[in-house]
Write a protein that binds this ligand. Structure first.
Ligand code: SF4
Length: 174
């Protein structure tokens, strides 16, 4: 049987940079070594949905975590995650191995060790300058809101996975 029974869970944009907020999309090749390593080792990929694309669309502005921590965004994140949680439960029940979850450092939704926070709201024109806006943004040591909810939902099912930022990946943590 060729089936590897091994999986890795990735943020949507690891396999599809087209969903990233402008101007941060990278050449897809940026993830080549990461993807190649798992493919060569016969892993399958569970691609998480992109919550910002699903809820805010392709033309969204960049956000900070503070702007996404409202009930409706969180409820929609949960709805997107429930089918994934069900898949994970089924894989684990059938003795598949899940090596971890890889997110995107600094993302307000998918950051793992770092996310971005800032006191932002309203029209950009209500600030003195773009510098005043960017000066309010800080990287903080916590998960983005989507990954925070993902981890909580997994814990409710007593599923404990390892979480990494993809920047921290190296071949020795596959
Ligand atoms: S929300 Fe997550 S999946 Fe979507 S672009 Fe941002 S980091 Fe990638």
């Amino acid at each position: 049987m060729q089936r590897g029974k091994k999986l890795v869970i990735v943020s949507h944009c690891v396999l599809n940079q087209n969903c990233v907020v402008k101007p941060y999309g990278k050449n897809q090749n940026f993830f080549y070594n990461f993807i190649k390593n798992f493919l060569l080792n016969n892993y399958g990929f569970i691609q998480l949905p992109c919550p910002e694309l699903e809820i805010l669309g392709l033309k969204r502005w960049g956000h900070v975590k503070d702007q996404l921590e409202y009930s409706n965004y969180k409820e929609n994140c949960k709805k997107l995650l429930f089918p994934i949680i069900n898949q994970i439960e089924d894989y684990l029940k059938n003795d598949y191995k899940i090596s971890g979850v890889y997110g995107i450092q600094g993302s307000p939704s998918c950051g793992i060790n770092k996310t971005c926070r800032g006191d932002w709201e309203g029209e950009a024109s209500s600030y003195k300058s773009l510098e005043e806006i960017s000066n309010k943004v800080k990287l903080v040591d916590e998960k983005g809101i989507f990954m925070e909810i993902f981890e909580e939902l997994l814990k409710e099912k007593e599923i404990y996975l390892k979480f990494y930022d993809i920047d921290d990946w190296s071949e020795n943590i596959d």
